[in-house]
Design a protein around this ligand. Structure first.
Ligand code: G6P
Ligand code: MN
Length: 444
């Protein structure tokens, strides 16, 4: 590894990229950047985001070389850390994933439920191809993956290829930093006793100097009639109605159960309400994000032209803290604790040994080493085990192009009510996304 780090971002034209760059700028003394390569197949987004990123780095880290490319190999060779945030089929494919489920009266969501199944079938072959390219052309590089559905993608990569990879999601960090802000302490002083799968995890204790703060927090919140979420999460986050509802529901689950859940648990605990909410908006979340992205890219162009001040509306500090924290823990061999997606290896004894789980892990130059988190509370064990079985079958189906496994996977999913509905979903997804599902072509 050279003095400064050589970092690339696959899917670098995303609206999330400038928030990450702000993170690199904040941490420039600990994680100096020598070179940044932004790779994207969408040339328009790449040039808008790229121009702004260049201006940001020129102002704050003038020694950093920035390259924009549409060639994946350029973002793989001679790179230390390959960050990956791709979206196969773009938001148009996400819209179809979500609307097909919603039309059948089910939860229509990007990662949770049938939508996540469809996204996994489409995304896994591309991610495995990327992992194999890294393995062949730059085996010393680290792949830091946060492409959704993160847990399933992680499981497929670990099965298919021995690349150096850590898969992450910012939700645990969002909980940790929001909680730290609420209590008024440094996020690093909290230990999250967290367990589960990606977008299906809970903190069952949050330790501050050896004491669990969750019971007192729960009592305080139960007693105060009005919790100012704007103050906890910031007004930019709260300006998106989806975030407002999600965070209210997260607190609702915490107050009712005493477990602090990933916000995605709302789709299981309140599935009927979530279905009604989605129908009431008359749009899929993908359609909302398409509008958001349009406005954000227009803003970026104004910022580059010097007509506006940059305001990060997607991603932001918590997201960057997670991604860059990870990179820094590996680069500096710091043995820091992060909640990441790793092979279980006994950390959660009620799940298979090789299952990808989302748990606290010690991160150093050799990767992520999961801590033993133990057995789950009975109240959530069944749900986690059912989703784990669904994930295992989905990954197998995506890698092997097996319709039988795909149908079994959907049938196992707690948000799919019957095998008949599973068949309709599968037919619809395979037909609609045929161009992205070569592994199923001509197979039964
Ligand atoms: C959270 C999740 C991510 C997800 C993001 C945006 O950060 O952890 O996995 O991509 O929210 O979700 P949205 O529905 O707004 O695209
Ligand atoms: Mn996530």
């Amino acid at each position: 590894m050279s003095n400064g780090l050589r970092v690339s971002i696959l899917g670098g034209g995303s609206a999330y990229t400038p928030g990450l760059i702000e993170g690199f700028i904040r941490l420039k003394d600990t994680v100096p950047l020598e070179r940044l390569v932004l790779m994207d197949i969408d040339s328009r987004k790449l040039s808008i985001v790229g121009a702004m990123v260049k201006a940001m780095l020129e102002a704050e880290m003038p020694g950093t070389r920035v390259d924009l490319t549409q060639d994946r190999m350029e973002a793989i060779q001679d790179i230390d850390f390959i960050l990956c945030q791709i979206r196969v089929g773009g938001l148009a494919a996400r819209h179809l994933d979500e609307s097909i489920a919603t039309e059948l009266g089910l939860v229509g969501q990007e990662t949770t439920g049938p939508g996540g199944f469809s996204m996994a079938l489409r995304t896994i072959p591309v991610m495995v191809e990327i992992a194999r390219d890294i393995e062949t052309h730059n085996p010393g590089a680290w792949l830091i993956n946060y492409t959704n559905p993160t847990g399933l993608v992680a499981e497929a990569i670990h099965k298919a290829c021995p690349v150096k990879v850590i898969s992450i999601c910012d939700e645990p960090m969002i909980l940790q930093e929001a909680l730290a802000g609420f209590v008024g302490v440094d996020p690093g002083s909290l230990f999250m006793d967290y367990f589960g799968l990606n977008h299906l995890g809970w903190a069952r204790r949050v330790l501050l100097r050896g004491n669990d703060i969750l019971p007192v927090l729960r009592q305080t919140m139960q007693e105060s009639s009005d919790i100012d979420l704007d103050k906890v999460f910031g007004s930019t986050v709260m300006s998106d109605p989806k975030n407002q509802l999600e965070l209210q529901n997260t607190l609702r689950i915490f107050l009712e159960t005493g477990l602090l859940p990933s916000p995605y648990l709302q789709y299981y605990y309140f599935s009927d309400e979530m279905i009604r909410y989605r129908v009431s908006t008359g749009k899929t979340r993908a359609q909302e994000v398409i509008e958001l992205e349009k406005a954000i890219l227009a803003d970026f162009e104004k910022v580059t032209a010097g007509r506006k001040k940059l305001e990060i509306k997607r991603g932001g500090k918590w997201h960057a803290d997670m991604m860059i924290g990870m990179l820094s823990a590996i680069a500096q061999d710091s043995r820091s604790i992060y909640i990441v997606n790793v092979p279980n290896r006994g950390s959660m004894p009620e799940l298979p040994y090789d299952k990808i789980v989302e748990v606290p892990a010690v991160v150093d130059a050799s990767g992520a080493h999961p801590l033993a988190v133990g057995n789950m509370p009975a109240s959530v064990r069944g749900l986690v085990q059912a989703v784990a079985a669904y994930e295992e079958l989905t990954v197998k189906a995506a890698l092997e192009g097996s319709q039988a496994d795909a149908l079994d996977a959907l049938t196992c999913h707690p948000l799919v009510p019957s095998r008949e509905v599973a068949k309709r979903l599968l037919d619809s997804y395979l037909r609609t996304h045929a161009e992205y599902l070569p592994q199923f072509a001509g197979r039964h």
